[in-house]
Every structure is written in structure tokens, then in C-alpha cells.
Ligand binder design. Structure first.
Ligand code: KG4
Ligand code: ZN
Length: 351
């Protein structure tokens, strides 16, 4: 099967064509991506109105580019997928409307993909991986531990009760004047700094369960940012990454226990989402699984941050199961992967 996927839920306009007849690692036939970082940088954060307009301006060209690179026309496709949510609604509408129009004109099935499922299933695009597996999903809007039991079956073990880890990166970077997007900027600064130079809190460390909290860490960075000298910023970033790494490793250890109670045969921890591109976090996760008989799968960094291939692949997996969507599908600003999850105490509006 061959599926075109469109991603427009945040600040990347992306399209890709994937197939399932090639071995893992060779399934992306063509891809195109345009990051809006330059457009949002003056505001040090994403401006939803600017994002939506930019998606609208570029989506057609990026679809054409991805299909040209893949060497396919619409007649070669089996379906068209777009992110249907969650995300910035203006952008999601652009992608969904484009995909619906192409599906209608070319008489192809339309697939509305949950953006988080796109991140969650990426490891099955890049590696031969069976269900179930444990997933750490770390992005700008979400920080969750989930058991992935099927294409459309997720059990949430933990979530953040306040900020997402990517949000903590972005807001801390903004306070330190490192610019936007904050994650890569903080990672670069941390690489020059010394860990342990600042004593930052480790929220939730050692607590029962698998929930996260990052707002206290962000507040601690703000306090330090008010008083430190410019030449201490790298050390503060290194200390921040260390605190994040220790907390995430602790939460993953707990989740591995809960995962194995439910699935004794389960053997894989997958990390996904934009923050999964972070090398320090990957090192902490590798050390965590090395203490167990589990293995870690971390997709290549460019497939951790938002991209079209993850949406195309999740669409393909849905198409194989006959899970197509009607053309009256309405974009969803909120769309939890596990609708039955009990809300975490203190959790805000994030799914
Ligand atoms: O998955 P993603 O591309 O978009 C969302 O769905 O949110 O994730 C974006 C987030 C941002 O918070 C960004 O700062 C963070 O991922 N990020 C990183 C790195 N690259 C991106 N955080 C830490 N280190 C990185 N190298
Ligand atoms: Zn994402």
C-alpha cells in the first residue's frame, strides 16, 4: 500500500508518501517539510494565526514535492491521510480540508490521524516492532507514558499534571534568552556546560505511579535566571537537562514495572515526540533499559519532531485495518489517545 500523509498541526508543514512493501527503514518514498521557525522566532513562540496562514500558503507545494520525490501520482496511491487533531485548530483545518479535497477528486479513502498516534506508531515505520510496547511520548504539548497495544488501542499509565517537558524546555529557553524553539537551543547550551553546577528540583522523583510534573523545574530556572551571570547559562542548561533526565528515567522505571505486570512478554520501550531528539534524554533512557531486559527504540531525530511520514504511516496502518474516515470528519483540537484514562490530579486542559 502507498499512502500520502499531511501534517499541519503545529509549526511544521509537512507531507510524505510511505509504503509497506519495503523493509523497515526504506518505507519513506518521498517527503517534504517546511519549518515555520523563522516566522515565529520574533515572538519567541508559536502564533496560531501566523501558523495557519503559512500552512495554507505552502501545503499544496509540499504535497507536490513529496509526491514528485516519491515518483508517484494520485493513481498510485491507496489513501490520503492528514492530522485530524490534537493541535492548533487553524492549522489542522488546513491539512484536513486539503486531504479531503484530494481524496474526493481522486476517489481515494480519507484517513484522519491522531497526531499523537503518528508519533506513537513511528517506531513501526522505522523498525520491525510488534505490539505491545511501552511508549514515552515527549513533545511540546504532551508528556505521557502509554502502553501501545494496537493501531488504535492505548493504555495511558502516566501524564503530566502541569507542563509538558517540551514546554518546560521552550519556556526555560525563553527566560534565558536562548530563543525559539527552545529544545535544540537548550541542548546546544547544555553541551557546553557542566552538570550539577545548579541544584534544581526533581519533581515526582520516587513518587508512586507514572505521572510527571515540570512547572516547579521551570520556576526554579526562572529564579536562577534572574540572578545568574551570562557565562553561567550553559551550566544552568546542563543542570536542567540532568534534572529532566533523572525524573524521566525514574518515571520510566515505574512504567516498565506496570507494563510488565500487564504484558510479561513485552520487551520494548519506544521514545517518540520532539523531545525524543534530545541526546541527553536518550542516554538516560538507554541507561534505564540497560538495567532491565528491555530494549530501547528511538527513531532518528528528524522522525521524532513533527513530519509527514509519521502521519502517512499511521494512516497506512489504519487503512490496512479498514479504519477510514468519512468526508464529514471534524478536526479535533483535543483528542486523547486513551479516552478512558482517569484524569491526573492537577491536570490542566492537556489530553
Ligand atoms: O513533536 P514536536 O515536533 O511538536 C509537538 O507535537 O509538540 O515537539 C516539539 C517540541 C518543542 O517543545 C521543542 O523544543 C522540543 O520538541 N524539541 C527538543 C529538541 N528538539 C525539539 N527538546 C529538547 N531537545 C531537542 N533536541
Ligand atoms: Zn508532535
Amino acid at each position: 500500500m502507498r499512502v500520502l500523509g499531511i501534517e499541519t498541526s503545529c509549526d511544521e508543514t509537512a507531507a510524505a508518501v510511505v509504503c509497506d512493501e519495503a523493509p523497515a527503514g526504506e518505507r519513506i518514498l518521498g517527503e517534504a517539510i517546511l519549518s515555520q521557525h523563522e516566522e515565529h522566532r520574533p515572538y519567541q513562540g508559536i502564533v496560531p494565526e501566523i501558523a495557519a496562514r503559512s500552512h495554507l500558503q505552502h501545503v499544496d507545494r509540499l504535497v507536490a514535492e513529496a509526491m514528485e520525490k516519491a515518483g508517484v501520482g494520485f493513481a498510485d496511491l491507496d489513501g490520503i491521510a492528514a492530522t485530524g487533531g490534537p493541535g492548533l485548530i487553524g492549522g489542522v483545518i488546513v491539512g484536513v480540508m486539503s486531504a479531503k479535497a484530494m481524496a474526493l477528486v481522486h476517489d481515494l479513502p480519507f484517513l484522519a490521524v491522531n497526531h499523537l498516534a503518528g508519533h506513537a506508531l513511528t517506531a513501526r515505520l522505522t523498525d520491525d516492532l510488534d505490539f505491545p510496547y511501552l511508549l514515552l511520548l515527549v513533545s511540546g504539548g504532551h508528556t505521557q507514558l502509554l502502553i501501545v497495544e494496537g493501531v488504535d488501542a492505548f493504555v495511558r499509565l502516566g501524564t503530566t499534571v502541569d507542563d509538558a517537558v517540551g514546554e518546560a524546555y521552550d519556556k526555560s529557553a525563553k527566560m534565558l534568552g536562548l530563543g525559539y524553539p527552545g529544545g535544540p537551543a537548550m541542548e546546544a547550551a547544555a553541551a557546553r556546560g557542566t552538570t550539577g553546577a545548579f541544584n534544581l528540583p526533581r519533581p515526582m522523583l520516587g513518587r508512586p505511579g507514572c505521572h510527571f510534573s515540570f512547572s516547579g523545574l521551570k520556576t526554579a530556572v526562572r529564579r536562577q535566571a534572574e540572578s545568574i551571570a551570562a557565562d553561567q547559562i550553559d551550566d544552568l542548561c546542563a543542570s536542567f537537562e540532568q534534572a529532566v533526565g533523572e525524573v524521566v528515567a525514574d518515571r520510566c522505571q515505574k512504567a516498565i514495572g506496570e507494563f510488565r505486570d500487564r504484558h510479561p512478554e513485552g520487551s520494548t520501550l519506544v521514545v517518540a515526540g520532539g523531545v525524543a531528539a534530545n541526546k541527553t534524554l536518550r542516554r538516560y533512557l538507554q541507561e534505564t533499559v540497560d538495567d532491565t531486559d528491555m530494549r530501547l527504540i528511538a527513531p532518528p531525530p528528524k522522525l521524532c519532531t513533527d513530519n509527514g511520514a509519521m502521519i502517512a504511516w499511521a494512516g497506512l496502518e489504519r487503512l490496512r485495518l479498514g479504519l477510514t474516515d468519512k468526508l464529514d470528519f471534524k478536526p479535533l483540537p483535543r483528542w486523547p489517545l486513551d479516552p478512558d484514562a482517569v484524569p491526573a490530579h492537577g491536570a490542566g486542559v492537556k489530553a
